[in-house]
Design a protein around this ligand. Structure first.
Ligand SMILES: C[S@@+](CC[C@H](N)C(=O)[O-])C[C@H]1O[C@@H](n2cnc3c(N)ncnc32)[C@H](O)[C@@H]1O
Length: 327
């Protein structure tokens, strides 16, 4: 699945920026990036429709690309999953739902939950020219830390929202979302050590609740990765002219570091577990070395020698984040 924004979403973001002074946009985007990096929540960083538009220009393309990649990894393991209903928790301007509707044309209904009216209004505006499930979505002002029962859905998304919740609330928020999940739950976070710590809290609770881990973990045993190391991946995405101007950057692409977790109800059919590549492959003169998470619950190095004519050509095509390689 492509990391590029779908044309209708790209047009929606471009329309938001029509007539906005680029110098003002770059300053606003830089303020909000600094705010998020400093650990501030959206309620502090996004105070106006202009702030939300700056988020759409500067951050939405990257959160879209990270969710698209996570969904693609899920899709590799799912056998005939055709969700019809979506719950997007902490939806912001709704990028995750756009990625889901790109992959699953079967989606007919969507509920968006967010504590920011400004973001919900922006999600509505962007979705006006989008897929029917999003254009007609039910957008609700809601606090995920409340123990409310959320509307049930085949697909539950929580993208870059755990980062904004207190650590001690995360297991219960995740449990509450899992109770609403009839099929697949997808959690995506920034690829920092803090993001990984929050994903691990979600992972522990989901395993305790009987969820089946789909990706990226190759097993449901205790995570073998030890700090100061942490698990994360990188998704490259193209930057449009507006995106570059919003970021005050020249490079035509950016690399979004992210971490994700995908869990399924046991009834969902999946292909078998396989090792996952956890870092950029290391090429030496005689071999390629892969750091892998294995179905046996270990994190280890797998080496494919250049003289291994059966496996070397395929190994050369594998990259960080991919599934593959025998143990
Ligand atoms: C960084 S934004 C991510 C938005 C979107 N999911 C994305 O991936 O682009 C975090 C979102 O979580 C929402 N949020 C934060 N705390 C929340 C809470 N307790 N309940 C509901 N939404 C919350 C914010 O309002 C914001 O829209």
């Amino acid at each position: 699945m492509s990391p590029d924004l779908p044309p209708a979403l790209r047009q929606g973001v471009d329309a938001l920026l029509h007539g906005v002074r680029r110098s003002g946009l770059a300053a606003r985007s830089s303020d909000l990036s600094d705010g998020y990096r400093a650990g501030k929540a959206s309620k502090v960083v996004i105070r106006s429709a202009e702030d939300a538009a700056a988020y759409a220009a500067a951050r939405l393309p990257a959160t879209y690309a990270a969710v698209a990649r996570a969904l693609s990894e899920a899709d590799e393991r799912l056998v005939d999953f055709q969700p019809t209903s979506l719950l997007d928790a902490g939806s912001g301007p709704g990028a995750a739902g756009w990625a889901a509707t790109q992959l699953w044309g079967s989606l007919e209904t969507a509920v968006l939950l967010d504590s920011s009216r400004i973001f919900l209004d922006l999600a509505k505006r962007l979705a006006a020219g989008g897929p029917p499930a999003l254009a007609q979505a039910d957008r609700r002002l809601a606090d995920l830390t409340q123990a409310d029962p959320w509307p049930r859905a085949d697909l539950v998304l929580a993208s870059y929202v755990l980062a904004e919740l207190p650590q001690d609330k995360i297991p219960d928020v995740v449990e509450n979302l899992w109770s609403a999940c009839d099929g697949l739950m997808v959690v995506v976070e920034p690829g920092s050590s803090e993001g990984w710590a929050k994903i691990k809290l979600a992972r522990d609770r989901l395993i305790a609740l009987g969820a089946v881990l789909v990706a990226p973990c190759a097993h449901a045993l205790p995570c073998p990765i030890q700090a100061p190391d942490w698990c994360h991946f990188v998704q490259r995405l193209p930057r449009s002219r507006d995106h570059r101007q919003a970021k005050g950057a020249d490079r035509p692409f950016e690399d979004e570091k992210f971490i994700y977790l995908i869990a399924a109800r046991p009834e969902l059919a999946l292909t078998g577990q396989a090792p996952r590549i956890l870092a950029p492959p290391r090429q030496t003169k005689t071999a390629i070395e892969f750091k892998i998470c294995t179905p046996a619950g270990t994190c280890s190095t797998h080496t494919v020698a250049r003289r291994d004519k059966d496996n070397y050509p395929a190994a050369r095509r594998l990259d960080w984040g991919d599934l593959g390689l025998g143990e």
